[in-house]
Design a protein around this ligand. Structure first.
Ligand code: ADE
Length: 244
């Protein structure tokens, strides 16, 4: 998977993603990261890329041409149109299913805005997807781009060491993940649930599924509407006082 990021702060993207699991995936060649400085495409002495908004108002707007040229350079290299995501609080809210969809692409472009946004005309020309990472306003699109790249990367074959770990996790089947425990067996008087020490695989699976269901009812009841619960699980939840 090739990730391109159009940004005024390429070092922020590089430093953020060249560590840990994404860093290792880049080193292994499983994903690649190309952070492109939009300022390099400014066609003036001072490398200025922003200007006052027509109609007045606070702040500055990123101008269309440098963004367009930066994007054109990527499509020229790729020799094709590229799926291009603009990070904006006005977009569709990012979620795991969307990440799975983006993970099917071979190449993705992330466009990061700053100041009061980007001239609408270039967005109309190049953007295919408008995505937000949640209902709050950040200072720029770099952190949202990194959030998306991290999420998509771990779905790329080989990025996680254990092939299973992207399968059993939160949001799979619209349920949150079950709780995890490791050594020691007793910590500050708290014991690991005995079923996990039993070595009885089927019982462990049953317990984990129950915990997922209970945890989702408690913390994210909105998810349960889409989860496929068995009649037994519904009875369990009713017994615990949840309305299903
Ligand atoms: N840019 C500023 N805030 C943002 C958000 N919440 N999601 C995506 N891009 C943004």
């Amino acid at each position: 998977m090739k990730f391109h990021v159009l940004t005024l702060f390429p070092e922020m993207i590089e430093q953020g993603l060249n560590t840990s699991i994404t860093g290792r995936a880049i080193a292994k060649g499983l994903i690649s990261l190309n952070a492109v400085n939009i300022r390099d495409f400014a066609n003036n002495k001072h490398s200025k890329v922003d200007d006052y908004p027509y109609g007045g108002g606070a702040g500055m707007v990123m101008q269309a041409e440098p963004v367009y040229q930066a994007h054109q350079s990527l499509e020229a290299q790729a020799g094709k149109k590229l799926r291009t995501i603009y990070l904006t609080p006005q977009g569709q809210t990012f979620h795991q299913e969307m990440a799975k969809e983006f993970a099917k692409e071979e190449e993705l472009v992330f466009l990061c805005g700053h100041y009061e946004g980007i001239d609408e005309r270039v967005l109309e020309e190049i953007v295919t997807d408008y995505v937000s990472i949640g209902d709050y306003v950040l200072t720029g699109g770099e952190l949202p781009a990194m959030v998306m790249i991290d999420t998509i990367s771990r779905l790329v074959e080989g990025v996680l060491n254990n092939g299973d770990s992207a399968e059993y996790e939160s949001f799979q089947d619209h349920l949150l993940e079950y709780p995890q425990y490791s050594r020691p067996e007793e910590w500050r008087g708290k014991k690991v649930p005995s079923v996990l020490m039993s070595g009885h695989h089927a019982n462990v699976e049953k317990w984990r599924r129950e915990q997922s269901v209970l945890r989702t009812a408690k913390w994210r009841p909105d998810l349960l509407e889409k989860a496929q619960l068995t009649e037994k699980e519904k009875v369990l939840l009713k017994g615990e006082g949840y309305d299903v």
